[in-house]
Design a protein around this ligand. Structure first.
Ligand code: HAM
Length: 414
């Protein structure tokens, strides 16, 4: 074989693509009543959008970005995630001058140079939302409620909602100091990356995927013990609203997330099926990011769902329902074939799915093919039917047969 797709990058073929379409249209239907509107940003941004947005010392920026110079020597990056680009668009287009909160969603490919494995790809897709201009914890609960509603509508259950608060500029430095003090005693057991990280960005040590560092994480001080009163109240209120909405959740004080822009609320939705560290959706609050991008002091919160992981969950649970042809047209003889050709065009124009067969094969083999295609009806159209101005049909599910007037075909399908 001459050409192959790039490692970690995959074709989405039918029938899987139907599942993707369903998931995307469900997302649109679920987000609309919550007031979210679609935004489409480019797949490519100036590299600083991500280095500034996600953080210089995160795994994504340090080793996972597809970064290259364009012909004019400017550094460009294929988006590894959607939040930073949407914030860039929000600030650039002065969307903050519109009434708050502004709510946006996006659906599209993201790129990360990660080691491909089950549920992890180099090109993957996210359905994400970003909400600007509301810091009330009721908004955090609302966003999680929308996520719950989405999973309910796509028919995925047995999910774990994990929430945490990682504090703000006021309390995080105190926690950071405590964490550094703790890590100083563990420095020899840290992996080489974490030895470097521990002073620059110690929270990233808690997100390290190396096993030894994971053991250390278990003994590390928890951020929730260091929250300032404002963050604590916000987190308590969020939990109260989640209970009010009956969203089952668990507080996971170890969850810090792999992106630097988060403040206060963070969350992940995980499933046993995806394995220990795999989230199907994740997100959180980023109350400083808009200012960081040169915008006003506007808080933000959002999440992104991993479509590949979600599709795997749905496929495992429900399989895929691929649309099948309604009519398989078996015309016999030149004149009948011509008339069938014309009738099929009229039926398709009205939205009826018709498969035409140009093979001239025997009726028996055409029936076999109609069966394989799972057609609902076979239409038989020969010299006799042609002269009578009718079409004979057979319903494959129960063998019911009949003859209808050619002009009544549309009514036949209601
Ligand atoms: P994230 O946790 O990096 O957050 O990604 C969100 C979701 O995207 C993950 O939970 C996972 O389902 C999926 N995902 C991430 N990387 C891969 C991969 N290599 N292969 C397959 N799926 C993957 C963000 O991206 C944030 N922008 C979310 C957010 C929005 N926070 C606030 N607003």
């Amino acid at each position: 074989m001459k050409y192959r797709a790039i490692k970690g990058v995959q074709d989405i073929l039918p029938p899987d693509v139907y599942l993707w379409q369903e998931v995307e249209s469900t997302a649109r239907q679920v987000f609309a009543p919550f007031g979210y509107r679609e935004i489409r940003t480019p797949v490519m941004e100036f590299t600083e959008v991500f280095t500034r947005g996600i953080g210089e010392t995160t795994d994504i920026v340090e080793k996972e970005m597809y970064t290259f110079n364009d012909r004019a020597g400017r550094s460009m990056t294929l988006r590894p995630e959607g939040t930073a680009p949407v914030v860039r668009a929000y600030v650039e287009n002065h969307l903050y001058s519109l009434p708050s909160p502004q709510k946006y969603y996006y659906i599209g490919p993201m790129f990360r140079y990660e080691r491909p494995q089950k549920g992890r790809f180099r090109q993957f897709h996210q359905i994400g939302v970003e909400t600007f201009g509301e810091e009330d914890p009721r908004m955090d609960a609302e966003v999680l409620d929308m996520l719950r509603c989405f999973f309910e509508r796509v028919g995925v259950d047995n999910l774990r909602f994990e929430v945490n608060s990682i504090g703000c500029d006021e309390c995080r430095p105190i926690y950071r100091r405590a964490l550094i003090d703790f890590l100083t005693g563990q420095i020899d057991s840290l992996c080489s990356d974490c030895k470097r990280r521990y002073e620059v960005n110690p929270l990233r040590v808690l997100d390290c995927k190396v096993k030894g560092c994971g053991e250390i994480k278990k003994k590390a001080p928890g951020i929730t013990d260091y929250l300032c009163s404002g963050c604590r109240e916000h987190f308590d209120a969020l939990r109260g609203y989640l209970e009010l909405l009956k969203i089952p959740f668990r507080v996971n004080p170890e969850m810090v997330r792999g992106l630097d822009y988060y403040t206060r609320t963070t969350f992940e939705v995980t499933s046993e099926f995806l394995g220990a560290r795999s989230a199907v959706a994740a997100g959180g609050r980023y109350d400083k990011l808009i200012e960081e991008f040169g915008g006003p002091a506007v808080p933000g919160i959002g999440f992104a769902i991993g479509v590949e992981r979600l599709a795997a969950l749905i496929k495992d649970r429900h399989g895929i329902r691929e649309p099948v042809p309604t009519v398989y047209f078996a015309a016999i003889g030149d004149e009948a074939e011509k008339a069938a050709y014309k009738l099929a065009s009229e039926m398709r124009t009205k939205g009826i799915r018709v498969e035409l067969d140009y093979s001239g094969a025997s009726l028996k083999s055409r029936f076999r093919k109609a069966d394989r295609l799972k057609a609902t009806y076979v239409f038989i159209f020969g010299e006799d039917e042609l002269s009578r101005g009718t079409v004979r049909y057979k319903r494959l599910s129960d063998g019911e047969q009949g003859e209808i007037n050619k002009d009544d075909v549309m009514q036949f399908f209601g």
